[in-house]
Design a binder for this molecule. Structure first.
Ligand code: FRU
Length: 469
């Protein structure tokens, strides 16, 4: 469908209170998805005055990347979400090609956004401004404008500011590409959010003992977890290895100790955050009760938008579920936020030989699988999970080529927790040691079929809808 037709139709339906996507059986029941158009990165995730706010990269005009706006939801409990007024639209010269990703802070009691104004020129070159906007009494945002121009020594790819408060200063990490086309993360400091001083590169391709590691690092996030500093980032340009870096772009983390004065960040190896087919650009926040929560984009910037059936209903992509992070033996453990347990219906438990298991409805469900014996699980489409005693393989046919593709995890399997929501699956391995997140489009209602001739223990809950007002 042409952009203009889609826009007109979307506006007509939104104005008359009928969001087109609402009728789509693949629309998630308890994950966040856009009313119309394309959603990508979570932005500005924060608990402000006790209420959660989640913003998102949004092209309301088409199911394709293009003009980027900031949509906005809020929630008191991570379960009941409310649409808030549009937060940012690319209306000014300093953001002419999109209000790109960024973060939110509470500054003197005011919800304040820091985002990237993306600007492209006719000759193909580009620049980026880091910009500020403050919430007004109507719940919208007033733009203060750019607070940081392109730093010297970097290409026009400098974006995705994540800001936090530490020892009475503001700090920012920024994704960047240097002039030798290596991906970097910059650390900056400010006293007032308005003027920023670059402290240096804390990590990147060719730094801290890392070899060549990608041409651009997007969406950095830095936070303290169990007496360590964790840097999340999304390196672009890592060559695929047999069982790593299999998506177009990667999302992972380094654990280390950051010296906020010298910008030194000695760190360990890069670990992938998620081993599924769709996961990118996660962002975290610290909750009032001291938890570190993460939400990611259940998508990949690779052009898949032309191959997902929801496009016919005028929308594409969802967020992951909110996840609680802990750090155990230097590795991030991810678990579905505990609030989500309130969505569970009655538990059904079953024990026996895998192939004798009842065929459960997993349209919106949580299924726990306990076994260390080989088995396979069919999720009601071509998406299948196989455990052979050494490798866990998630397979499907590539939506574009039709050819089989797989994502893998290797280890000692004890426990799987599978959370499904109409067109997505998030598989938490061994209590969150690893996660595989993927979109899929099963015949609905979706059914789980197991194969295998060994003992297995299963628990099943159906999950209620999250209410979106
Ligand atoms: C990551 C990303 C960010 C950018 C945004 C634009 O998916 O490319 O680097 O700010 O998306 O929508």
């Amino acid at each position: 469908m042409k952009e203009s037709t889609l826009l007109k139709q979307a506006l007509r339906q939104v104005m008359s209170g009928q969001v087109p996507a609402a009728a789509d059986p693949y629309r998630p029941g308890w994950h966040l998805a856009p009313a119309v158009g394309l959603l990508n990165d979570p932005n500005g995730f924060i608990q402000h005055n006790g209420r959660y706010h989640l913003f998102y990269q949004w092209n309301p005009l088409a199911c394709a990347h293009g003009a980027k706006f900031w949509g906005h939801w809020s929630s008191a409990d991570l379960l009941h979400w409310r649409h808030e007024p549009l937060a940012l639209a690319p209306s000014e010269a300093f953001e002419s090609h999109g209000c790109y990703s960024g973060s939110a802070v509470t500054d003197h009691g005011q919800l304040t956004l820091i985002y990237t104004g993306n600007v492209k020129y006719a000759d193909g070159s580009r620049t980026a401004f880091q910009c500020l906007a403050r919430q007004n009494a109507e719940g919208g945002f007033d733009k203060i404008g750019p607070v940081l121009d392109l730093p010297a020594g970097y290409s026009g790819h400098v974006r995705d500011p994540k800001v936090w408060r530490h020892n009475n200063h503001w700090y920012m990490v920024l994704g960047a590409q240097d002039l030798t086309l290596r991906g970097k993360v910059l650390l900056l400091r400010s006293e007032d959010l308005l003027s920023w001083h670059t402290l240096g590169e804390i990590a990147g391709s060719g730094l801290n003992g890392l070899g060549e590691f990608g041409y651009m690092w997007e969406c950095p996030d830095l936070f303290r977890l169990a007496d360590h500093d964790v840097l999340l980032c999304c390196p672009q340009g890592l060559p695929a290895e047999a069982d790593h870096y299999l998506n177009t772009f990667q999302s992972g983390y380094f654990v280390g100790q950051l010296d906020h004065q010298s910008a030194h960040f000695p760190h360990g190896d890069f670990s992938e955050l998620d081993l599924g087919f769709e996961f990118y650009a996660p962002q975290t926040t610290q909750t009032d009760d001291g938890r570190r929560l993460l939400i990611g984009w259940m998508g990949i910037p690779d052009g898949d938008e032309f191959y997902q059936p929801t496009v016919e209903q005028g929308w594409i992509h969802t967020m992951t579920c909110p996840r609680e992070l802990t750090l155990v033996a230097g590795k991030i453990i991810q678990q579905p936020a505990r609030e989500l347990q309130q969505l569970r219906g009655t538990m059904q438990q079953w024990q026996g030989i895998a192939m004798d298991a009842p065929i459960w409805d997993i349209t919106q469900a949580e299924v726990e699988i306990e076994t260390d014996h080989p088995f396979s699980a069919d999720f009601g489409s071509d998406l299948q999970l196989q455990w052979d005693g050494e490798w866990l393989r998630l397979t499907r046919n590539n939506r574009r080529s039709g050819l089989p593709e797989q994502r893998v995890w290797r280890g000692h399997l004890r426990h799987l927790s599978v959370l499904s929501d109409r067109s997505s699956i998030e598989i938490f391995i061994n209590g969150g040691e690893s996660v595989m997140s993927s979109r899929y489009f099963p015949a609905l209602p979706a059914r789980l079929t197991l194969k295998g001739d060994r003992q297995i223990t299963l628990r099943h809950w159906s999950l209620a809808d999250c209410v979106i007002e």
